[in-house]
Design a protein around this ligand. Structure first.
Ligand SMILES: [Zn+2]
Length: 140
């Protein structure tokens, strides 16, 4: 793995040990996705066939999954999803899923949108992820 920065190497190891990457690989397998090695120690899973969650792409551990064919994961969206991989490492893996759902619920309650007030999506950059920035319900 030449050229990978120490923090990407660390993220890769941490997300393996905390089981979030193995879970991502399992989800990719169940969803019939084609898995290959990506940049920065990430794993790309294209052609995911389960219509949940509803997103252009989503990340579990170091695995970035999308229903789209190979080539879809690049640029700002890839940078956005890579930030989620770092969030898994920071959350020690699977607790991230619980925290993410709590954030999604909070965001929906406040704004009617699943991402606008979701801390994880905000820190990964809403616009890079293709999300809108909705104001709280009481501001409309
Ligand atoms: Zn996101």
């Amino acid at each position: 793995m030449g050229g990978m920065k120490p923090r990407h190497q660390a993220r890769r190891v941490i997300n393996w040990v905390n089981l979030s990457t193995p879970l991502g690989l399992l989800i990719a397998r169940v969803g019939g996705a084609t898995v290959r090695r990506g940049d920065l120690g990430l794993v790309y899973a294209h052609g995911y066939r389960i219509p949940f969650p509803i997103a252009g792409a989503f990340t579990v551990g170091n695995v970035i999954l999308t229903k789209h064919p190979d080539g879809f994961l690049h640029g700002r969206l890839l940078a956005h999803e890579a930030r989620h991989a770092s969030q898994y490492a920071a959350c020690l893996g699977l607790p991230m899923l619980v925290l993410y759902v709590l954030n999604l619920t909070l965001s929906y309650a406040v704004t009617g949108d699943l991402a606008s007030w979701n801390v994880f999506e905000r820190m990964a950059n809403l616009e890079d992820g293709g999300y809108r920035r909705c104001p709280p319900r009481w501001r409309r």
